[in-house]
Design a protein around this ligand. Sequence first.
Ligand code: ADA
Length: 563
Amino acid sequence: MTHYPFFMTRRKIEVPEIWDFVFTDSQVSLDEIELSGLRYTDHLPVPGCYDACEKFAGKKGIGVYRTFFHSSSHEALRLSVGAMGLACRILCDAREIGTSRLPFTPMKFDFNVEPGRHELLIAVDNRCDDKNIPQFQLNCDFYVYGGIYRSLELMEQPGFRFERVTVRTLDYENGTVELIFRFGGDIPAETVVEVAFDQGGFKNFELAVSESEARLQLHVPGHKTWSPEQPDLHLLYCRMPGDAICERFGIREIRVEGPHILLNGKNLKLLGFNRHEHHPDFGYAVPGAVQVNDLMLMKDLGCNFIRGSHYPQDQSFLDRCDECGMLVWEEGLAWGKNTPEQLLDPVFLKSQEENITAMIRESINHPSVILWGFLNECASWFEETRPCYEKLAALVRRLDPARPLSFAVVQSRNHRVFEYADVVAMNCYPGWYDTEDENIRPLDNIRPFIEDTLDYLANDPGSRGKPFIISEIGAAAIYGWHDRFHARWTEEYQADFHHEVCRTVCENERIAGVALWMFCDTRTGMQGRILSRPRGYNNKGVFDEYRRPKEASKTMRSFWGNA
Ligand code: ADA
């Protein structure tokens, strides 16, 4: 799916939506597999997850996708891929043009072609490899699909070009913005760029370029502020000889003041869900129609917030969030690394830096994104892992000083890293992962647990006085499973559970927000949890995997619909 930014003058090369495909589960590695002379047996969509299809469901191995495209001249090209998993090798006419071991990471490959017909081949491996791809492992509580998860685009690449233009709000009240141009290719020391906003005329600006960047402060004529209630967006057009770019942005300010998160100076209460970008028929290659439907379902419940668990989001989805005024926490891919060895592993750390950098660069202009996150439930209670949090926090701040950052920690009471967060966030599971004592009503644990958490955070020097979000809280229910005893796993238990959660959150001003775990049921990995994940799904969705509402959705609507 296309998404902002648009490069209006670059020649776009049509790539078919259905590619030739062959799957192999032989033991050969991705580096060693012979990719010439393959016999293609199937036709699959791109984007798509091959192991979400009936024929390859649950299989582990290498899927090779092939297609052809035409070029009429000698051309420099760029292949942009929104995300894939787990690892890939990309070849054009049998020549390797790129490789990646960064699942859920937007990536770009530049290469040259001669005039004629060309073969484009992408070999994707979905076998877990803890050593080389430590950020997405078999024990993650979301399934490790193989495939090209998100949009793929092939385009002519001008010699001197715009990479991106970041638009940063300097003053939301008078509509002043800073434009940060990032150039690529053969970059001169100075350049003239023509700039226009919305329907306005172009004006020329002479820019001095330093380290591939140039900056400009401008007033946006007829500016409007962006908010969930009034998600007004602006367009920025920039052109120079040989290239042009259109960026979309919103004018808004997000900041933290004491225990509050303020949007355009007003206190926000974030009410929403964690959402996995998943559908049983498509894996992580969720079509636009499903994305839009998800947003409509959440809006209908009165939700204003999504935590994009647990990886960078699809750019098309974020475009839709910008348009409908949904607030988003976007986070890097790292799940449950709970030992110092795992967190300090240099391969893992490098993967974090690359994943987070690509995420921030790609999503920088979405007004909907109000929080950056990283390291979900990782080892935050060791002295020796503090530098990892410190380093990643510094990276996020360097790449984007205009948004607060957070990371979700487990529900323990021994954390040592809150000083690095602007917004403190904890995943909490009282009433679900706690008592099996029949004399205790688990729902009675919810409110005291949350209050105890607030007291703990008020006494920790790193978190004291900062906004606090419950970044996960939830209970599982099997869709259609009812019981007059309101037993666990029924829709009734889940509805009672969320009633208690919503009541506690809405009544407590010390809580800046909640992201319920979770929007819809999601297929999971079974490593270590075969007995706790009936159907092979994490069933804590308030909707099931086909977006059918459970009883708890009525609870949300009753609390948030009028919030
Ligand atoms: C964790 C984790 C989620 C999910 C959840 C659960 O908090 O961050 O991804 O696994 O627990 O359902 O148990």
